[in-house]
Design a protein around this ligand. Structure first.
Ligand code: ZN
Ligand code: ZN
Length: 360
């Protein structure tokens, strides 16, 4: 100890560490879990409707699907503008995404596989740009077991662990580009990943969705590209092509763009909030991403970055309850060492520690 430090210690005697600062990681994790469960219990007592979980799950599913149909109808009838149909359908589709996730964890209709299958079909049809919910059940359950490791198919498929850059960006916003970039590595490193299986499990909705999506992008690229370049293709388009483009544009507003926005929002958040490569315990699996400027993304993924860490600690909580306990649980998470808004991790390909300071 040098003289300066000694002098400092005489003026400001070393403070005794707070009790929570000396806890072991395992003890801190248990404290966080207890906080979540405590707040969960209190809320369930206070609002008895929360105990009717099946009813809530079914109502949100049918309600959101109906609202998407109404949004589509109003837009087709010319009663609402395109942007409103897109925003509204993206939000309702994001609720369906949460329902899929909760049903994967058996939080609705636990003992009734048939009803779960109905819920799965609805959430898949209304959000076509995903693998089938039955396949996702396998990769998501695996995600909870091996989060942050090479075997974590679900997160690696959306770019988690990749270097920051243009390829990573495309992996986060386009499932097919991600497939091209990641399938081979996954087949080698994740024993549960079978290329044939995921292709089979994408049929039919993912295939239908992407066929429509790329035709929509392609035809509009030709159309607007031609206009911008001063119409070098002077021959008028065949009428059939133009009516296909108009049809696809309508489907895009009510279905494809909302789902692309929803999916990109959750994938950008999820892919960056999960740590990858040096994850040893639950405390290091995720960070909380709740910076104010992420609000536009959070609008379309039910505040995922803010609440998903809670889900890693306590799995059996429906999404709305996870959101409700958030304000109470975040202070405890901060105290027990969960990182908040660690944007630097994006430059470390989602590693928890900088490469040199493993002990961190
Ligand atoms: Zn989960
Ligand atoms: Zn996760």
């Amino acid at each position: 100890m040098n003289t300066l430090t000694m002098a400092k210690n005489e003026i400001f005697p070393m403070r005794k560490p707070k009790k929570w600062q000396t806890l072991l990681v395992r003890e801190k994790n248990i404290k966080i879990m207890r906080w979540i469960r405590f707040r969960d219990r209190n809320l369930r007592k206070k609002f008895s409707i929360l105990n009717h979980q099946n009813l809530l799950g079914a109502s949100i599913t049918f309600g959101s699907a109906t609202m998407m149909i109404i949004g589509a109808g109003l837009y087709i009838e010319g009663m609402i503008p395109a942007w409103l149909a897109i925003v509204s359908n993206a939000i309702f589709a994001s609720l369906l995404h949460e329902i899929e996730h909760d049903t994967i964890h058996n939080l609705y209709f636990k003992d009734n596989e048939k009803i779960q299958d109905i819920l799965f079909w609805i959430v898949w049809i209304f959000r076509g740009n995903t693998v089938s919910p039955w396949y996702r059940r396998m990769i998501h359950t695996l995600h909870h077991k091996v989060s942050g490791n090479k075997e974590d198919i679900e997160e690696r498929l959306i770019g988690n662990g990749m270097k920051i850059g243009i390829l990573r960006l495309f992996a986060m916003i386009d499932g097919n580009i991600s497939a091209i970039l990641n399938f081979r590595k996954l087949a080698k490193e994740a024993p549960k990943f079978k290329k044939k299986e995921i292709v089979k499990e994408s049929w039919p909705w993912l295939v239908v969705f992407y066929t429509l999506w790329y035709n929509f992008l392609g035809l509009n690229l030709i159309h607007y590209g031609n206009l911008i370049l001063g119409s070098p293709i002077s021959i008028p388009y065949p009428a059939i092509l133009e009516s296909v483009r108009t049809f696809l544009n309508t489907i895009a507003v009510i279905y494809m763009i909302p789902n692309w926005i929803r999916q990109s929002s959750i994938q950008i958040i999820s892919s960056n909030m999960h740590y990858y490569g040096d994850v040893k315990n639950i405390n290091h699996q995720t960070q909380v991403l709740n910076a104010w400027f992420l609000a536009p993304l959070h609008l379309f993924c039910f505040n995922f970055g803010s609440t998903h860490t809670i889900h890693h600690f306590v799995v059996n909580q429906p999404f709305y309850l996870r959101q409700m306990v958030t304000p109470y649980v975040h202070p405890a998470m901060k105290r027990y060492g969960i990182r908040f808004n660690d944007f630097e991790s994006m430059f470390r390909a989602n590693r928890y520690y900088a490469a040199k300071s493993q002990a961190g």
